[in-house]
Design a protein around this ligand. Structure first.
Ligand code: GLN
Length: 289
């Protein structure tokens, strides 16, 4: 395009490229990417569609559109995802925080007291731990993950999101294969572990399968590997009366509940999400004499 391009033209060009690439939400994504590049809002596009776009921004927008056309998730292109009303930085080293996971955070929040010690196992972007710390006071949080690259993202999110807190909140992160380098006991152990059966991974959407870290998705043959390990080893890291909370796949509720009961956890419950599907399992660790 040799003549100056305006918002409207650029948006329509982007939308067309995404439609041709079979991107489901072509119009929405073309608009959100324009907003991300030009720092505009929906209103600017509607009311000021004839405003000229600087050549640099046009170039960046078309690069973003190309990435989206190749099925890179929008959030990896814009670098952000909103979760629990907070803005998290994301990149390809972390799973994109899902809205479903807010159910897990809300369940934990019901149980959280000021000053609690929280361990978030497989913290990824840190979205669970940081949200819990943001919406409480004086809690001490530890986020563990096997990926050092993920922890860089989590640390950055914690520093920015928790910066304004005036209480004694503590967030620390540890690179650890599950509990290997985790010390001490906690009141709350929360985890959204990788839980997809290995055989199902090739069937996932290209956005997920080709872009998100497999390490954060693959729960081995039956999808339950990490639940098994965390349920067992978690007992060495929970205080008596402490609680274990998991996010689960819609068809894993009964299995995970059974595993927790067998391991001696009490009052094990399954919580459904807003679609009526099993989404969270939690229970209490009781120290037996
Ligand atoms: N705890 C992070 C999240 O819920 C990452 C989970 C994971 O990597 N499996 O988004």
């Amino acid at each position: 395009m040799s003549r100056p391009v305006n918002y409207g033209e650029l948006y329509r060009a982007g939308k067309k490229i995404l439609e041709q690439a079979d991107i489901g939400e072509a119009a929405l994504d073309a608009r959100l990417l324009l907003e991300s590049v030009c720092r505009t809002n929906r209103n600017d596009l509607l009311v000021h569609g004839d405003r000229e776009v600087e050549p640099e921004k046009e170039k960046t927008y078309l690069t973003f559109i190309e990435k989206r056309a190749s099925h890179m998730p929008l959030q990896y292109i814009t670098g952000v995802q909103e979760f629990m009303g907070l803005e998290f930085t994301v990149n390809e080293k972390v799973l994109i925080p899902r809205q479903d996971t807010e159910i897990l955070v809300e369940e934990v929040l019901r149980d959280l007291h000021d000053g609690s010690r929280i361990l978030d196992m497989c913290t990824g972007s840190g979205c669970i731990l940081i949200s819990l710390l943001h919406y409480s006071n004086d809690c001490q949080g530890t986020g563990a993950d096997i990926s050092g690259d993920a922890l860089c993202v989590a640390r950055e999110n914690a520093a920015r999101i928790l910066a304004g807190k005036k209480d004694d909140t503590v967030a620390r992160f540890v690179e650890s294969d599950l509990f290997e380098r985790v010390e001490g006991r906690f009141d709350i152990l929360v985890s959204n572990p990788p839980y997809i059966r290995s055989a199902v991974i090739p069937e996932l959407a290209e956005e997920v399968r080709g872009n998100e870290p497999i390490l954060a998705l693959d729960g081995a043959e039956d999808g339950l590997l990490f639940y098994r390990r965390i349920i067992k080893q978690g007992k060495e890291h929970l205080c008596g009366g402490g609680r274990l909370f998991f996010e689960i796949g819609y068809d894993q509720g009964v299995a995970v509940k059974g595993m927790m009961e067998e391991a001696g956890y009490a009052d094990v419950r399954i919580v459904k999400d807003f679609s009526g599907l099993d989404r969270v399992v939690y229970g209490r660790y009781e120290v037996r004499e």
